[in-house]
Design a protein around this ligand. Sequence first.
Ligand SMILES: *[C@@H]1O[C@H](CO)[C@@H](O)[C@H](O)[C@H]1NC(C)=O
Ligand SMILES: *[C@@H]1O[C@H](CO)[C@@H](O)[C@H](O)[C@H]1NC(C)=O
Ligand SMILES: *[C@@H]1O[C@H](CO)[C@@H](O)[C@H](O)[C@H]1NC(C)=O
Ligand SMILES: *[C@@H]1O[C@H](CO)[C@@H](O)[C@H](O)[C@H]1NC(C)=O
Ligand SMILES: *[C@@H]1O[C@H](CO)[C@@H](O)[C@H](O)[C@H]1NC(C)=O
Ligand SMILES: *[C@@H]1O[C@H](CO)[C@@H](O)[C@H](O)[C@H]1NC(C)=O
Ligand SMILES: *[C@@H]1O[C@H](CO)[C@@H](O)[C@H](O)[C@H]1NC(C)=O
Length: 612
Amino acid sequence: MRVLKTALTLLPLYCIPAVLGILPGPSYPAPREISGKSSSVAASWKNVTAILDQTLNGGGLGTLGSALLKNTTFSMGMFSLHDQDTHCMQYHHTSLATLNGTVGAKKVDGSTIYRIASISKLITTYAGMIELDENDWNIPLSRIFPGFKDFVEKKAEDYDAVQDIQWDKITIGDIAAQIGGIPRLGIPVSSDFLLSALSDPSVLDTWGLPPPDLAKQEAQYPCAKYLTSGSFDKCSIQEYSEGIASNPPRYPPAASPLYSDSGFFLLGGALSNLTGMSMDDLYSKAVFEPLGLKNTMSNPPTDPAVIARTVIPTTLAAELLNIPITTPSGGLFSTIDDLSKIGVSILNSTLLPTDKTNRWMKPVSFTGELHYALGRPWEIYRYVHQDSGVVTDIYTKLGDSGDYCGLLVLLPDFELGFTILGASSLGVHTQAVQLVADLLTDSIMPALMTQARREAVANLAGTYTPKDKSLNTTLTLSAPPSSNPAPGLVISEWISNGTDIKNILAKSLLDLVPQIPVPPANPDLVRLVPTIQDVAASGQIAFQMDTVNPTGPVAGHLFSKMYDVGDWASTIDQLTYQGIPVNEFVFHVDKKTGKAYSVTPSAYDVELERKN
Ligand SMILES: *[C@@H]1O[C@H](CO)[C@@H](O)[C@H](O)[C@H]1NC(C)=O
Ligand SMILES: *[C@@H]1O[C@H](CO)[C@@H](O)[C@H](O)[C@H]1NC(C)=O
Ligand SMILES: *[C@@H]1O[C@H](CO)[C@@H](O)[C@H](O)[C@H]1NC(C)=O
Ligand SMILES: *[C@@H]1O[C@H](CO)[C@@H](O)[C@H](O)[C@H]1NC(C)=O
Ligand SMILES: *[C@@H]1O[C@H](CO)[C@@H](O)[C@H](O)[C@H]1NC(C)=O
Ligand SMILES: *[C@@H]1O[C@H](CO)[C@@H](O)[C@H](O)[C@H]1NC(C)=O
Ligand SMILES: *[C@@H]1O[C@H](CO)[C@@H](O)[C@H](O)[C@H]1NC(C)=O
């Protein structure tokens, strides 16, 4: 006990972690060289493909990995805003079953068509982002679906929070963000035990369930009539919504995330209603045509030539099933080449203004796990760089349904992404796609950071001096030490008109954070990170200083360390002169290469030219 107490007391003194308080967002401007021989990213990609080759030959990721990958037909490709050749970084595997198959593609490449399952949800939302006004996302479902309106009106008197969904309180923005609190799926397209019991009544005994009230169920679900005929394609979104109107809620509106396919059937219905277009027309007009997507479709292919380029793990009837109300949730078909174009368009704000993109690419809710959050309907993974502790947010959408699994993955901080589409009839494709995604992520994340840092050092580091040589002014920026490799560039020297600012700066920033005892200021921990990047238009990149030594009195505790790790609240923009931040530096760079020729420390109002 005594030993423990001593250890705890000494901990803050002996283990002052040289960790930076870190701003969210990129540590460096996005790397421009991805596919070239000298790029770290290309080197890590080469590693990834070598490991995949080995795995497909029985080695590499081991026996299980080998079985998963061998039996899955998959395609993977990268894309970047800055290096067009990145799209040549592709990897394809055709499983024996596909190679041997009687129908569909026999060999896969970048333009092979797969069902993209729930990646459809992202494209549905994207179409909505493009066509709707931002206020439209606040429209409640009851204003669009008469069945919901009737239900809410009928229940107005004795509404029950546990039994009745508040359709008038759930907005289309909520369902796009998976926080409607509504059921995942409804009869007749769910896997409800009632439906299995129709063909195998013993299911009810197995689960000890009471006998069903068939008459009541038939009366409740208008689409139940299609069960016997098997013609689900006739089920309309109005009929479907009438059926689920009286289902009980799973959470109150906007309270907690719960994955809901139904939500995206309804979102499709809402988008059709609000735009006055069928979803087929909406997808074409908003996304497919503007991006020139030739192999992306909202209906299963019928043309034999197109089917011959589509991966079909089992039969045409099973794999090309079409239930139109479910299309906005999971019915689209695409290729890795087309999904890459969609990814590029999102990262580059081609179809949306940048403010809308920025607002869209944010979490709406958290999950129960620190590394995962949710947007509309982004599945956000928070990758932590091992050497620096920097967090890179990964914006993804997984598609996983039947014999298909896929991922669209965006890394906005690196202005790059990748996509993987896979299929198998053996139920191994989900794990296979996840395994490949992890292999790629674990390899390219450090490589991207290395490459971005290397380019930032080449393009921005060095010594800067004013034109007016009578001024004793010098700014020197250098690569960060390997003990703290990210984020940003280190200010190794800053003399302004004879005043040494560098040491004043580290101390002043540290003084902004309440610290007793006051730790020694470490100028190495003052870094410049990019905050406004406007290279293409004006050739400018604004940087801010990022730092704080996290040495709160009780290391590791949430409140005590809040200022230490929360630069956004503690040190940023505290020191200003004439309204201009003292910690801002604007680089003037070549629009093509990103190489700086000068920098202006904004508050000092002097342009310093780069010497080397
Ligand atoms: C490639 O893989 C090897 C062995 O796993 C590793 O040592 C090396 O650092 C990797 N290189 C890159 C660029 O990822
Ligand atoms: C996968 O492939 C291997 C070799 O091709 C085979 O032995 C194995 O049984 C297959 N099936 C599964 C489910 O892994
Ligand atoms: C991104 O958009 C700019 C115009 O805003 C365009 O010049 C550029 O080619 C686009 N980049 C890509 C990779 O599409
Ligand atoms: C491929 O087809 C041949 C002949 O139809 C069959 O004997 C073999 O088992 C098939 N292999 C696979 C992996 O489907
Ligand atoms: C949209 O829904 C409202 C309310 O149900 C309805 O009055 C309107 O006609 C619908 N509009 C379209 C274009 O479907
Ligand atoms: C530089 O310092 C001198 C002497 O302190 C002062 O007169 C002058 O205005 C300063 N110039 C600039 C550009 O700050
Ligand atoms: C410039 O200023 C620094 C810091 O005050 C000082 O150490 C140095 O001697 C000065 N250099 C000249 C040439 O005046």
